[in-house]
Design a protein around this ligand. Structure first.
Ligand code: HEC
Ligand code: HEC
Ligand code: HEC
Ligand code: HEC
Ligand code: HEC
Ligand code: HEC
Ligand code: HEC
Ligand code: HEC
Ligand code: HEC
Length: 614
């Protein structure tokens, strides 16, 4: 029999005996209630060190004693037994009252709001304290918190137990706290009690997501049973969203199946290793299939893709592209064919001749040998974490990891930002210059990303312009359901939402395409990284939406529309770039704006494409 089994057996025998004897007990430090386990006598603390001095914690993988002596628990006199309970019956073979003091409520017992002053003379820094415990009981709109009800016995979801401030995960925790995932005031966590809705908890709460993942993304979504009546606490996306407690081991996640349109049109995403974790929340809630299923566009509420759906764009899963039939040819181009991913970079559902994407291959074995830098893209490098984790957090085995201590991206990756470290670890291997400017960690935002982002944003402005001038529909990205009918009178002082998408024509196909263009505008507006996530696909969604909106005809008229509708933004010289493509040293041709070069196509030499569609 192993020590472990023996100690568990003895523990239950002893605690039962202690309970039955009803032995009185004095309140021990920090406990809200006192149980028989608390009355087990303590021994000299040094005895613990004698046997556990060089032991490792099997859950966290960290040494116990050397971690512990770095914590304030050691310096402030909270001994091993302050957490684990008295060791009088243990001595290495007998039971110890609390094998996991966290799940037993010991951390919470000392640190819950009511005890803050008592056990911490200096009190916690107010902001940190507030982030942990704000509004444990408040109703209505209020911030989320680190320690929602589900985490009162779960401090080790975010803190290593034996050195909770400085131990494993400390740097990641700081970065995480600065990110949207850890923002207690984010509308994504604070506006409502998301756990009360089965269709929201999977993305808006840590526990709901964990349940959803543990059930292999099965629908219906995790039941609300964990949301106890009267529990008004709101969760941020704690470390437990993606990690196992204590160890911070990354949870494994299967390929995501997005339950679009109430699961009537589910879509299975390709499996992308650790990035499957991200895809599950960043794939939006609806796809174009939801629009296809609407039967009456003379009276239909707007179908909302939902926010930050970068994965839906990268995998070409959601955009509305039914502006013409799949077989229609305009000149020699078939519009629909090239709105589907290729079967090389998306082997599970692409087609031959579809849209390829180098970014989509990042973090998968498909990147091995990539021609942009075959010396770097070798097996074991950049080929395992999936695209999202590779750009936003860390590339596996990257030779240019910029933390000398670990050879990886620094822990600041947990802010998820595409920062200078992301550039030097990942982007620089392919993007070395733009229009003759050598890219560096310091200038890539301004010299590269901002210009591309501006072209993208201007294109969205052109869609808005067409909706307003040709259909009397205004777009307000901040006010759901976003699309307002300028022809209807104000109601209670507010604009009325668009319901008649046929705009009086009663033509259902027209109505569908108009809502489709609006759907694209909203989805693209709500993903600030769309121009990177799926460059070609996004340019085509934009192009086609405008081509249809300007005259209800797919006739390659987008460029001409841009010139007349927004002449201050769009001008066109004899070519897009002079001297080659921008990544090969070419610069914008005189008379061509960067926004025009974003909107319509050009060839590798910088000449305008014919037809102009990108
Ligand atoms: C701040 C509270 C706290 C203090 C102080 C503390 N522990 Fe722990 N310990 C925990 C928690 C929580 C766990 C269970 C979670 C885990 O293993 O990660 C744990 C687990 C353990 C384990 C089981 C590890 C395993 O591999 O299963 C041992 C052994 C242990 N502690 C010994 C000690 C010793 C010895 C000391 C004093 C040097 C000590 N602990 C101080 C909180 C504490
Ligand atoms: C004589 C050596 C010895 C002493 C003294 C000792 N331990 Fe242990 N301890 C062990 C051994 C051996 C185990 C069993 C390891 C296992 O189950 O894998 C253990 C297990 C534990 C566990 C994990 C129990 C479980 O069931 O998972 C904790 C927690 C623990 N010890 C804490 C302490 C604390 C606190 C002290 C001081 C009061 C202490 N130990 C003193 C040898 C000792
Ligand atoms: C017996 C009461 C008690 C228990 C149980 C307890 N703590 Fe503490 N904790 C303290 C005290 C006292 C301090 C020191 C406060 C100070 O001086 O700032 C402290 C400090 C801390 C700190 C900040 C300083 C540092 O260096 O670690 C963290 C984080 C922390 N505790 C987390 C935990 C976690 C997580 C658990 C459970 C695994 C836990 N505590 C269990 C009393 C306790
Ligand atoms: C969702 C993640 C999360 C959970 C859960 C969590 N914490 Fe924290 N904790 C943080 C962050 C972030 C900080 C501040 C940044 C840092 O670690 O320096 C922090 C800081 C602290 C500090 C202050 C350390 C100092 O002196 O600066 C204490 C004490 C603490 N936590 C205790 C706890 C206890 C006790 C629990 C469980 C009841 C808990 N935490 C649960 C994320 C969390
Ligand atoms: C449980 C759902 C969920 C998971 C899993 C998730 N996200 Fe998010 N993510 C969100 C929400 C909600 C926001 C918006 C938070 C806000 O606005 O404060 C967000 C925001 C972001 C942002 C915007 C940056 C910021 O600081 O606001 C980035 C980038 C991001 N996520 C990337 C990722 C990546 C990469 C992964 C996978 C490693 C991932 N997300 C996993 C829900 C999730
Ligand atoms: C597929 C994952 C997913 C589901 C399911 C989901 N959301 Fe979201 N939601 C997100 C993400 C990601 C964001 C981050 C947007 C941001 O902050 O910009 C978000 C943001 C929000 C916001 C904040 C918007 C703002 O102003 O920034 C609200 C409100 C919201 N969702 C409501 C809901 C409601 C209500 C439900 C359930 C009916 C729901 N969501 C279901 C992923 C999801
Ligand atoms: C949205 C998902 C997500 C969240 C939330 C998250 N992480 Fe991570 N974390 C990851 C992924 C994915 C990796 C793996 C990166 C890699 O393979 O290089 C990782 C890696 C780590 C590592 C390195 C592990 C190792 O073995 O090298 C640590 C430590 C860590 N995270 C701690 C934390 C802490 C602490 C928190 C909460 C404060 C947190 N993470 C929140 C996704 C997440
Ligand atoms: C080639 C690198 C790259 C890849 C791969 C990538 N992203 Fe991004 N992502 C970016 C850039 C660049 C931005 C824009 C950052 C900025 O605006 O500062 C961004 C922005 C985001 C945002 C914030 C959008 C907003 O509206 O604020 C989210 C969320 C996000 N990405 C999620 C993902 C997800 C999920 C995946 C995987 C499907 C992914 N990203 C893959 C580079 C990448
Ligand atoms: C493996 C090589 C590779 C890596 C690594 C890479 N990219 Fe790219 N990137 C490309 C290619 C190839 C294109 C052109 C895409 C197309 O034609 O569809 C591109 C296009 C872009 C574009 C569109 C602008 C343009 O000039 O075409 C942006 C912006 C961009 N990448 C940003 C990034 C960022 C930011 C990173 C790092 C986080 C990154 N890329 C990493 C290969 C790469």
């Amino acid at each position: 029999m192993s020590f472990k089994k023996l100690s568990i057996m003895l523990l239950s025998a002893v605690s039962l005996a202690a309970l039955m004897s009803g032995c009185g007990s004095s309140a021990k430090e920090g406990n809200t209630s006192t149980t028989a386990l608390d009355s087990v006598a303590k021994v000299d603390e040094s005895t613990c060190a004698q046997c556990h001095g060089s032991a490792y914690n099997s859950q966290s993988g960290m040494p116990i004693y050397s971690e512990y002596v770095q914590s304030k628990h050691f310096t402030q006199g909270v001994g091993c037994q302050g957490c684990h309970g008295g060791g009088a019956q243990h001595n290495g073979v007998g039971p110890i009252p609390y094998t996991n003091p966290d799940t037993a409520g010991k951390c919470w017992g000392c640190h819950q709001p009511a005890f803050l002053g008592k056990y911490n003379a200096n009190k916690l820094p107010t902001a940190i304290e507030a982030a942990h415990f704000t509004n444990m009981t408040g109703a209505g709109v209020h911030p989320a918190m680190f320690v929602s009800t589900n985490f009162q016995n779960g401090c080790t979801a975010c803190h290593e137990p034996h050195n909770p401030l400085l131990g494993k995960g400390a740097a990641e925790r700081k970065a995480w706290a600065s990110s949207g995932h850890g923002d207690i005031n984010s509308p994504a966590f604070a506006t409502e009690d998301f756990k009360e809705s089965t269709s929201c908890i999977r993305c808006h709460t840590s526990t709901g997501y964990s349940n959803f993942l543990a059930n292999n993304w099965t629908t219906p979504f995790p039941s609300t049973t964990w949301a106890m009546a009267g529990d008004t606490t709101r969760e941020v996306l704690t470390c437990r969203t993606c990690h196992v407690n204590d160890s911070f081991t990354v949870k494994s996640a299967p390929a995501f199946v997005a339950p679009y349109n109430n699961n009537k049109n589910p879509k299975t995403f390709p499996s992308a290793s650790k990035s499957n974790l991200c895809i599950a929340c960043h794939s939006g809630r609806e796809s174009s299939d939801t629009i296809e299923s609407v039967t009456d566009f003379t009276n239909a509420g707007f179908k909302n893709s939902h926010y930050k759906a970068g994965a839906a764009l990268m995998y070409m899963a959601s955009g509305f592209d039914n502006f013409t039939s799949a077989t229609t040819k305009i000149g020699t181009t078939t519009y629909q064919k090239t709105m589907t991913p290729d079967n090389v970079s998306v082997p599970t559902y692409g087609i031959a001749g579809g849209v390829t994407s180098t970014h989509r291959k990042l973090g998968t074995t498909l990147i091995n040998g990539d021609g942009h830098n075959p010396a770097v893209f070798v097996p074991g490098s950049f080929d395992d974490n999936g695209p999202c984790v590779t750009c936003h957090l860390n590339a596996n085995g990257a030779p240019t990891g910029n933390d000398p201590a670990t050879g990886r991206r620094p822990a600041t990756g947990h802010s998820w930002q595409i920062d200078g470290n992301a550039f030097t670890q990942v982007c620089i291997n392919c993007h070395t210059s733009e229009q003759g400017v050598t890219l560096t960690a310091d200038n890539f935002q301004t010299a590269f990303l901002e210009e591309q982002a501006a072209g993208f944003t201007d294109a969205l402005g052109l869609i808005q312009n067409q909706l307003l001038t040709k259909y009397n529909i205004s777009y307000n990205a901040d006010a759901y359901p976003y699309f307002y009918d300028e022809l209807l009178p104000l109601k209670n002082g507010s604009k009325q939402q668009v319901k008649d998408w046929t705009r009086g024509t009663k033509n259902q196909v027209y109505g569908k395409r108009l809502m489709g263009a609006a759907f694209n505008l909203n989805m693209l507006t709500k993903d600030a990284g769309a121009y990177v996530h799926a460059r070609t696909y996004v340019r085509r969604l934009v192009y086609d939406s405008i081509d249809w909106l300007d005259d209800n005809n797919m006739n390659f008229s987008t460029g001409a529309t841009a010139l007349t509708a927004l002449p201050a933004v769009y001008t066109k010289g004899s070519s897009a770039y002079t001297g080659g493509a921008p990544y090969a040293g070419g610069t914008l041709t005189t008379g061509t704006t960067a926004s025009m070069a974003y909107l319509i196509g050009w060839t590798g030499t910088g000449a305008w494409s014919t037809p102009e569609r990108p």
